[in-house]
Design a protein around this ligand. Structure first.
Ligand code: FES
Ligand code: FE2
Length: 371
């Protein structure tokens, strides 16, 4: 595979930021897929996003003010509501009233669930509605079920959802690479014994792994299996039972790993967002039903930082070689998931371009590798 075939998938949902980073009345300026985006959370708790460029003279709207309802540009005071509609141009005199909709800012579809904010990035050359593909949701961790029976009778408003993020832990790390390398690194089963070498994670000996994979919506799933004693050392420590795990991947770069210990669950959502062609953000969120896991939060923090730091360090080294644009060799079976990722991505782009249904190219099979 030649690495200049790379493209960034569009008309799809990307992880924007954890809910708790943006409080009601706040605005945050970010870059996603090379586009400046202004995220705002209004007084009612609803998150919206618009282009962070004033249509008048291009000053970033984030340089202005947000009063919890309207964004005001700092240059000439044009005002926009959270949907990006231009609602006031102060310099106009009475007789100059005009159709302000010509000055609207481009807006983005945004969804918020389970403590996460997602943004739909369209293809400007072929925009497709956001409804085609939904955001990833982890079953059993919806806002309601976590908040007890007393709230069950009424629906949970956006504000409630914002105040009660349902992931108990989140860590965001920037990787200095193109999105594909971050995604492939997420699903690469052969790097662990070399990159994540640590007493608490794995021992030095390689073991043969045999895993059944199936196609799943916009991706594939490693079928539920028992964790081997060595790989699951952490879970053995905290769980006491025989842990079972299932790992799924879906476009554009979302990995969900669910581990069950007796009747409890620990779920890790990792999502990859392209910031630019040379920068990618990786968000690692954890959900759990074991109440006392929270006790270990500081420890989990250190472990996750170490783990992601190891991945980032090797990606930094990878950049040295990638500068020369080499042909990259993929082998079987340990690189099969990487190959599936490229196939899924190409098929998604093609299905959108041809305005037809997505056909999952993954065929269920058993993969074997040593790790
Ligand atoms: S540049 Fe924003 S109002 Fe003029
Ligand atoms: Fe890794």
């Amino acid at each position: 595979m030649k690495n200049n075939d790379n493209f960034v998938l569009r008309n799809t949902w990307y992880y924007a930021l954890p809910s708790n980073q943006i409080k009601p009345g706040m605005m945050i300026s970010r870059i996603f897929l090379g586009e400046p985006v202004l995220l705002v959370r209004d007084r009612d708790g609803k998150v919206s996003a618009m282009q962070d460029i004033c249509p008048h003279r291009a000053v970033p709207l984030s340089c202005g003010r947000f009063d919890g309802q309207e964004v005001e540009c700092c240059y000439h005071g044009w005002r926009f509501n959270s949907g990006g509609r231009c609602i006031a141009i102060p310099s106009l005199v009475e007789e100059q009233q005009m159709d302000l909709s010509r000055f609207d800012v481009q807006s983005y579809a945004v969804r918020e669930a389970q403590g996460n904010i997602w943004i739909y990035m369209t293809d400007p050359n072929n925009p497709q509605p956001a409804s085609e593909m939904e955001i990833p949701v982890i079953p059993g961790f919806d806002e309601r079920s976590l908040r007890g029976a007393s709230l069950r009778s009424r629906s949970v408003s956006q504000t409630d959802a914002a105040r009660m993020p349902t992931h108990q832990f989140v860590e965001v790390v920037k990787f200095p690479c193109f999105v594909d390398h971050a995604v492939v690194g997420l699903m690469d089963p052969a790097h662990s014994p070399y990159v994540h070498r640590a007493w608490w994670w794995r021992n030095e000996q390689l073991h043969e792994e045999v895993k059944q994979f199936d196609a799943s919506p916009y991706g594939f799933t490693m079928r539920r299996h028992r964790l081997p004693a060595n790989g699951g050392r952490l879970y053995w420590l905290i769980g006491g039972g025989v842990p079972e795990t299932e790992i799924s991947f879906r476009l554009p770069g979302v990995r969900i790993e669910e581990t069950t210990i007796n009747n409890h669950r620990v779920v890790n959502l990792t999502a990859v967002t392209p910031i630019s062609d040379t920068e990618t953000e990786v968000t690692f969120a954890l959900y759990w039903t074991l109440p006392w896991v929270g006790f270990f939060k500081p420890l989990i923090h250190v472990l996750v930082r170490t783990f992601l730091g190891q991945d980032r360090t090797v990606v930094e080294k990878q950049q040295i070689g990638l500068k020369y644009n080499p042909v990259l060799r993929l082998i079987k079976d340990s690189d099969m998931q990487a190959q599936w990722y490229y196939q899924l991505k190409r098929e998604y782009a093609r299905s959108v371009a041809e305005r037809r249904e997505f056909v999952n190219p993954v065929k269920g099979q058993i993969l074997r590798w040593r790790a």
